[in-house]
Design a protein around this ligand. Structure first.
Ligand code: GLY
Length: 372
């Protein structure tokens, strides 16, 4: 019997397991594959709420809160484990190549600036002073100096190590086959390696959360959206800043990779890279940094982002049951949102209070019959 059982060992399940362990709870995480083996390791590791959330509102607030938590979170994980998670406040440029694109970006810049966020409007020349490898075709854009990236694979390694250090039980290679019910309460799960019993169970299984919630007669609108990503070597391409164009991004990492992304494919649970997906990624990014044309290709991969019908995460209790909640549906931003999710979900698991979860409660989808 454990205090809290996390179903899913991706970035969200591991982050919450770590936070709860630090608060003194007995925690178990069950994962059918490898730790962070799905979207969490496929991610580009960007920490970019001002870019990712295109309007003011709860998502941007949640993202900014998480960005604020990141330095301490990363520092603490490094101190506990000795693993360098390569957090980097590289700054981010969102770039316009045409007048209509520039007009659209300027509108975004105006409300961001008026809301007090750290953004600057720049001409092409000013942007090239920040990032000399940016194309001469760039005419204007937004620079956000506080945004950046982290090495998500190292972060996963650090979380696994930190969870173990804090006494959490990590079970991989164990497939959850059903929920254990006692009246209206969930008391754990059944797995291929035996039953697991818990005071509270959290479904944190990414794109697979919808399937598990169906076992609880609750149609959670979570679906997989494939993201195809490629990397090239940064050798000879000393890029410093994350660059976003209209249909892609370029992320120079600290480990010698430049990560290029990403498609958004409705392809069910298919996880392979397609040639047209790869072509789309490359066509989307090369116009922004001409040096990429001669870059040494390293690899391409894909991950399944957990998307919800309203593009907001699901945080909180599963309606109709005691003892079970969901932490999922983070779509493009699981890495960014992991510290804040760990904090607000740990608060909920400890106290049962839902107030801080309000806009993200799964109950907003009660009665919904579609996953779109
Ligand atoms: N966060 C970027 C992506 O999902 O592609």
């Amino acid at each position: 019997m454990t205090d809290c059982l996390l179903v899913g060992g991706g970035i969200i399940g591991l982050s919450l397991a770590y936070e709860l362990s630090c608060r003194g709870m007995a925690v178990t995480v069950v994962e059918q594959g490898e730790w962070g083996g799905q979207a969490s390791s496929a991610a580009a590791g960007m920490l970019a709420p001002l870019k990712e959330f295109s309007q003011p509102g709860p998502m941007l607030e949640l993202g900014m809160k998480s960005l604020e938590l990141y330095p301490k979170w990363a520092e603490e994980l490094e101190a506990r484990t000795g693993i360098d998670v390569q957090a980097c406040k590289s700054g981010l440029l969102t770039v316009a190549l045409t007048e209509p694109e520039s007009g659209e970006l300027l509108e975004k810049y105006k409300w961001q600036k008026a809301s007090g966020y750290a953004v600057e409007w720049m001409t092409g020349e000013e942007m090239r002073r920040v990032e000399p490898l940016l194309t001469e075709q760039a005419i204007a854009g937004i620079y956000s100096p506080e945004e950046g990236h982290i090495n998500n694979r190292m972060l996963l390694n650090a979380l696994v190590a930190a969870c173990k250090k804090m006494g959490a039980t990590l079970l991989s290679g164990s497939v959850v086959t059903g929920m254990a019910k006692e009246g209206g309460r969930i008391v754990g799960v059944e797995t291929t390696t035996g039953p697991l019993r818990a005071g509270h169970t959290v479904i944190a299984s990414g794109a697979w959360a919808g399937i598990m919630a169906e076992w609880l007669d609750f149609a959670v609108p979570v679906r997989p959206v494939r993201g195809q990503v490629a990397s090239v070597s940064s050798s000879g391409i000393p890029l410093r800043t994350v660059i976003f164009g209209t249909s892609g991004y370029i992320t120079p990492k600290l480990d010698g990779k430049i990560v290029l992304g990403a498609t958004e494919d409705e392809a069910g649970f298919q996880r392979h890279v397609t040639l047209s997906g790869l072509a789309k990624v490359l066509d989307g990014v090369m116009p922004y940094v001409p040096a990429l044309h001669s870059a040494a290709f390293q690899q391409a991969w894909a991950g399944l982002r957990p998307a919800t019908a309203d593009s907001m995460p699901l945080l909180g209790p599963v309606p109709g049951w005691q003892g079970v909640s969901i932490a999922g549906g983070h779509f493009r931003n699981g890495i960014l949102l992991s510290p804040v999710t760990a904090k607000v979900m740990a608060d909920y698991v400890e106290s049962g209070r839902e107030d801080a979860l309000q806009p993200f409660l799964p109950s907003r989808f009660l009665g919904s019959t579609t996953n779109r």
